[in-house]
Design a protein around this ligand. Structure first.
Ligand SMILES: [Zn+2]
Length: 483
């Protein structure tokens, strides 16, 4: 390393660390300063960003409580409930409040002065300012990411990290009572997530939450950031929290590393894309006037994020629900699309590619030829298929009936044993088995569900399915220049 670059590295005024909240704040600073990354931020940029923070914080903290501008104060209150900006006894006069807020972001004492410097809690840069939890979200709470050791006066925080801590709500996906930040193996996705949220923060400050479109979610912003980053593999984590005085909480969800590749495969394949849209349409909720109260794209995006103990079942469960819903008379083509999406998800995300054909063929043979009407036997299989013991009974029954009618049985107990064992991942195999059975029955033209949908409804749904996947109405507003 040449002397110049080593000087640059050690003199960086802002570092994106591994701490998820600091990191999100550092990206927000980079976006606010219109710089490619936190490492490109200079002292002058920090001055500019600090001034913007002071302006916005003062505007929010002195706004009338019934105004749209007050919504940004609610965001600040959810993050820094005991700070000078949010305290109930704060001055409502900007000229009193401004110096107090500006002092939060003051430069550290120069090196060589009498003031002792400590390594910054986040990035290790020498820092002469000690901060307590009142200025740092999720510090010293019972759900804390960090707890201050006894007899320590505060957390050393360098200027870059102090500004990052308060730029956090710009780079996070915020509500009036919580914030969500993203960490990702791909920096381009982290930056994109921050960019979209900086735009959204501006809307919140101008209009308040009440005038934002209903139904956006951090998961949707995160998946679109991943698609924008255009990578094959990248693990993604969303950290959602509220830094409340009484009831702070922290919720962590993950999207698996293969999610970007899965999304690219779905995007690039028309039947899979229609399957995904089918899911989005099914998950959309409207009120009596037809206005969207829950966004399908946002709800579908949530299915790719799992909690710590997640087993990846949500998306398959929802797809199974769409396929099994007796009120939705899905045309054959839509069923095939949704089933294909389920198999792709199982393969790409869960790493499962079970051989379903022998057992699914036996079940389909039984439904078609086992005597009586196929609908009754389909119902029998459908009600049992997710429970190992009951499924085992149905498979045994199917085998015996096929023997009794003189038909060949295309599989043995060894073939179906994996489906009836009570073991992790077994449920997914059973669900896929059911989808494979549906596919075979459809190929053979065996009707087991309701009458086909009426053509007008089918045309309407077809039109919906042709629209882009993972679309965000808020993003559309930005593109249209609505704000
Ligand atoms: Zn620092």
């Amino acid at each position: 390393m040449d002397p110049m670059s080593s000087v640059t590295a050690t003199d960086a005024v802002l570092v994106a660390t591994g701490h998820p909240l600091q990191r999100a704040g550092a990206w927000a600073v980079a976006v606010l300063a219109e710089q490619p990354s936190p490492g490109d931020v200079t002292d002058q940029h920090l001055d500019d960003v600090a001034q913007r923070l002071v302006d916005d914080v003062c505007a929010a903290a002195t706004a009338p409580s019934d105004s749209d501008a007050y919504d940004w104060w609610k965001v600040l209150f959810a993050l820094y409930p005991n700070s000078k900006a949010t305290h109930s006894k704060r001055s409502r006069l900007r000229r009193d409040l401004e110096p107090e807020i500006a002092a939060l972001f003051a430069r550290d004492e120069p090196r060589g002065t009498a003031v002792k410097a400590y390594p910054c809690t986040f990035c290790g840069t020498p820092a002469t300012t000690l901060w307590t939890k009142s200025n740092l979200p999720m510090f010293d709470t019972n759900k804390a990411l960090n707890t201050l050791p006894a007899a320590v006066a505060g957390w050393p925080a360098c200027r870059g990290c102090r500004i990052a801590a308060w730029a956090l709500p710009y780079g996070a996906w915020v509500t009036a009572g919580s914030a969500t930040v993203l960490s990702c193996e791909t920096e381009a996705a982290e930056r994109r997530f921050a960019e979209r949220n900086v735009l959204r923060a501006r809307r919140v400050m101008q209009l308040g939450f009440g005038k934002l479109r209903v139904g956006s979610r951090p998961e949707l912003v995160a998946l679109n950031a991943l698609r924008y980053a255009d990578v094959e593999l990248a693990a993604t984590t969303l950290w959602s929290f509220k830094n409340d005085n009484q009831e702070p909480w922290l919720r962590v969800t993950h999207a698996r590393r293969a999610v970007p590749r899965f999304l690219a495969i779905v995007q690039g394949n028309a039947p899979l894309r229609r399957g995904w849209r089918l899911l989005e349409v099914a998950l959309t909720q409207r009120d009596a006037d037809g206005a969207v109260v829950r966004s399908g794209p946002a709800e579908a995006a949530r299915l790719l994020f799992e909690s710590e103990d997640g087993d990846g079942r949500s998306l398959l469960v929802q797809l199974n629900r769409v396929l099994g819903d007796p009120d939705r008379r899905l045309p054959l083509r839509h069923r095939v699309d949704a089933t294909r999406l389920a198999f792709t998800y199982a393969k790409e995300i869960l790493g499962m590619e079970p051989d379903l054909t022998p057992v699914a063929t036996m079940v389909a043979d039984w439904i078609e030829h086992g005597g009586g009407g196929p609908r009754g036997r389909w119902a029998e299989f459908e009600s049992a298929h997710l429970r190992p013991h009951q499924l085992g009974q149905v498979l045994d029954l199917a085998k015996r009936r096929l023997y009794a009618t003189g038909r060949e049985v295309p599989c043995t107990e060894d073939d179906w044993r994996p489906f009836i064992l009570n073991r992790p991942g077994g449920w997914a195999q059973r669900m896929l088995l059911s989808m494979a059975v549906v596919r075979i029955l459809q190929e053979r033209g065996v009707a087991v569900s309701q009458a086909p949908a009426d053509p007008n409804e089918e045309a309407r749904v077809e039109q919906l399915l042709s629209q882009p996947m993972l679309s965000s109405q808020e993003d559309d507003d930005y593109l249209m220049g609505a704000v």
